[in-house]
Design a protein around this ligand. Structure first.
Ligand code: SAH
Length: 203
């Protein structure tokens, strides 16, 4: 799987190493284990999905996560991406709106012995103000517009990656804050499940 990611243009060596060390099958339901290393999203519980590995790699690479960074993740899901981020960054703060998913992700990450992931049940479109600002913010669900709360909680310098568009099709947007200015760049078209919340989509 990781060799394919490199062939498709993912260059960040540290990220590729981290991804090759993480057993993705442990984040999907057992009947889907045989598909866990194919480059595709897979259903997890509660009608949600674990993102496609290539998209995870693309997003995390665009984020340029360093060992000193504090990262906010919106949409914990299976916890797979949280574990990747936790292996690259200093601290990861992850917010999920569905209790069942959050509990399972928390249990899984405990099995990996990760102590630098902090979990919160709630509406991540409003970020997690208590621990702001964040050097990096990543959302694994789509929004119609970049939530103002996330922009407000982004450090300077800082990078935010989020799928922005309509319910079915979005552009992966990289927002950088540099010297007080915001620079917006569209990376690739993508299709994510919606973030449901105050600054996302209605139920
Ligand atoms: N990063 C995940 C993929 C998550 S899919 C992984 O690696 O498995 C998107 C997740 O966002 C779903 O679990 C969904 O329940 C969650 N979500 C939707 N709206 C949300 C919100 N407002 N706040 C936090 N999480 C939300």
């Amino acid at each position: 799987m990781v060799r394919d990611l490199a062939e498709r243009g993912i260059k960040d060596r540290r990220l590729l190493e981290v991804m090759s060390a993480i057993p993705r099958h442990l984040f999907v339901p057992r009947p889907l284990w045989h598909l866990a290393y194919a480059d595709q999203p897979l259903p997890i519980a509660e009608g949600q999905t674990i993102s496609q590995p290539y998209i995870v790699a693309l997003m995390v690479e665009a984020l340029q996560v360093g060992p000193e960074h504090r990262v906010l993740e919106v949409g914990t899901g299976s916890g797979y991406q949280a574990l990747i981020l936790a292996s690259l960054a200093a601290e990861v703060y992850t917010v999920e709106r569905l209790a069942g998913l959050l509990e399972e992700a928390e249990r899984r990450l405990a099995e990996f012995g990760r102590k630098n992931v902090h979990f919160r049940l709630g509406d991540g479109t409003q970020g997690w103000a208590e621990h702001a600002p964040y050097d990096r913010i990543i959302a694994s669900g789509s929004v119609p517009e970049i939530p103002g709360s996330l922009i407000a909680q982004l450090a300077d310098p800082g990078r935010l990656v989020i799928p922005v568009g309509d319910r079915h099709l979005q552009e992966l947007v990289l927002l950088r804050r540099v010297g007080g200015e915001l620079l917006r760049q569209e990376l690739v078209p993508c299709s994510f499940l919606p973030l449901i919340g105050e600054e996302g989509w209605k139920e």
